[in-house]
Design a protein around this ligand. Structure first.
Ligand SMILES: N[C@@H](Cc1ccccc1)C(=O)O
Length: 414
């Protein structure tokens, strides 16, 4: 979850859209080309658009329920009041789980990115050590203060956007239609691999913790907040489509088998891209971009986890209190990262599984309960009962798919 820096004046529409877009676009996108290599471009496009649609509307459902409460009321208050204690506990647990597993994913990802960066300078830097050091630096910043995180995030986010356009502009020019449309393979089969991509799409479109924060910033202004959600999620969708074209148009489908076999982490992907690009400058840009992309999500998500745990364990805001919070925030994922440095793809999948509870199932239940209790006078998501049922099925379907694929019951492209 991205951090929001508090300002006195109401932020512009673009500001809110950027907050949403910035939270959505994170390390999750690096898992997409790898897990989508089986279903390849067109089917994956369909999965992306479908997930975008459902995740946008589940976010709007949180807004619908949220508008019946005081400004500043967050997930916890709304869920407890509308759905009762049991749902609230399940909700809280899955929120914590997503944040923990993402922190672990970022440690694993940053280790891999650092390893790749150094290996370009012909230095062999172990990924485990890279992840550990990176996590310690982030832990230090988070321990310092929220303001330090906010400043760092601003710098990193700026650099991320800049390097994104510079490197992706380059990637797009290199796209070969024959590779993108996979004309070399005779009778390829794509459809069986489609469903297993969904939990990864879901994780990559996660932002829902920020909906209550938007109400804090704009007040009860459903129109503006709705526009922010629409713009922010659309921004992510368009960027992800570019990203798919850029990767699948440059790396042939069969080459992804090898990438997935090596753990599917970012360094392997970037290496495969630079192999086909043959351009030193682009290669460097891509490496710089992946560093910033991981760093900004890392900062945002761990700050969210830090605040959540501080509140949960009632650790105070003194340096010692913050130190204790930093320990419970970072120690478990660091241990995970040192023991299993290549779990990035798995972790993103599990984030999708847990996120489906609080980003799809609970929002649909909230909207339904809010209509019964309050009649949703401020704002009501269109589509009536059918939309609620669609989002519920989307959430439950994602959970089932993830469980099936954990037991190797779904076809995997290899
Ligand atoms: N969408 C983020 C992950 C995320 C999931 C759920 C909530 C917040 C963030 C990413 O791609 O990295």
């Amino acid at each position: 979850m991205a951090t929001l820096s508090v300002t006195n004046k109401a932020p512009s529409l673009v500001g809110g859209a950027m907050i949403i877009g910035g939270t959505i676009i994170g390390a999750g996108m690096f898992s997409l080309p790898v897990v989508m290599s089986g279903s390849w471009f067109f089917w994956s496009l369909l999965a992306l658009v479908f997930t975008w649609f459902c995740m946008l509307h589940s976010g709007l459902m949180i807004l619908e329920a949220n508008l019946n409460y005081h400004i500043g009321a967050s997930f916890d208050t709304i869920t407890k009041d509308l759905l009762g204690n049991r749902w609230n506990i399940i909700n809280g647990l899955t929120v914590a789980f997503v944040l923990y597993i993402l922190t672990y994913a970022y440690i694993s990802a940053s280790g891999s990115v650092i390893h790749h960066t150094f290996s370009q300078m012909n230095i062999d830097f172990p990924a485990r050590l890279g992840g550990l050091l990176f996590a310690l630096v982030v832990a230090f910043i988070v321990w310092l203060s929220t303001r330090a995180v906010s400043r760092m995030t601003t710098i990193v986010l700026g650099a991320k956007i800049l390097t994104f356009f510079m490197s992706f502009g380059g990637l797009i020019w290199h796209v070969q239609p024959a590779v993108l449309f996979n004309t070399a393979e005779v009778n390829p089969s794509y459809l069986p691999y489609l469903v297993m991509t969904l939990p990864f799409c879901l994780a990559s479109f996660g932002y829902h913790g920020n909906v209550p924060s938007l109400m804090k910033y704009y007040g009860k202004d459903p129109l503006t907040i709705r526009r922010c959600l629409l713009l922010g999620t659309l921004m992510a969708l368009i960027l992800y489509i570019f990203w798919l074209v850029g990767t699948m148009g440059n790396i042939p489908r069969p080459a992804f088998i090898d990438i997935a076999g090596k753990g599917g982490n970012i360094d392997v992907l970037v290496q495969a891209l630079s192999g086909v690009l043959n351009s030193r400058g682009l290669d460097l840009l891509l490496t710089v971009f992946s560093n910033f992309a991981v760093a900004s999500s890392f900062l945002g998500v761990t700050l969210g986890l830090f605040d959540y745990l501080a509140d949960l364990f009632k650790f105070d805001d003194s340096p010692q209190g913050r130190f204790k919070t930093a320990l419970v925030t970072f120690l478990p994922p660091i241990i995970g990262g040192v023991l299993w440095p290549n779990g990035f793809i798995y972790a993103i999948g599990f984030a999708g599984l847990a996120a489906t509870v609080w980003a799809a199932i609970v929002p649909a239940l909230l909207a339904s309960a809010s209509r019964k209790r309050f009649g949703s006078p401020h704002y009501r998501v269109w589509g009536g009962k059918a939309m609620i049922i669609l989002i519920l099925c989307f959430g439950a379907g994602n959970a089932i798919i993830h469980v099936l694929s954990s037991f190797h019951l779904l076809p995997v492209y290899k």
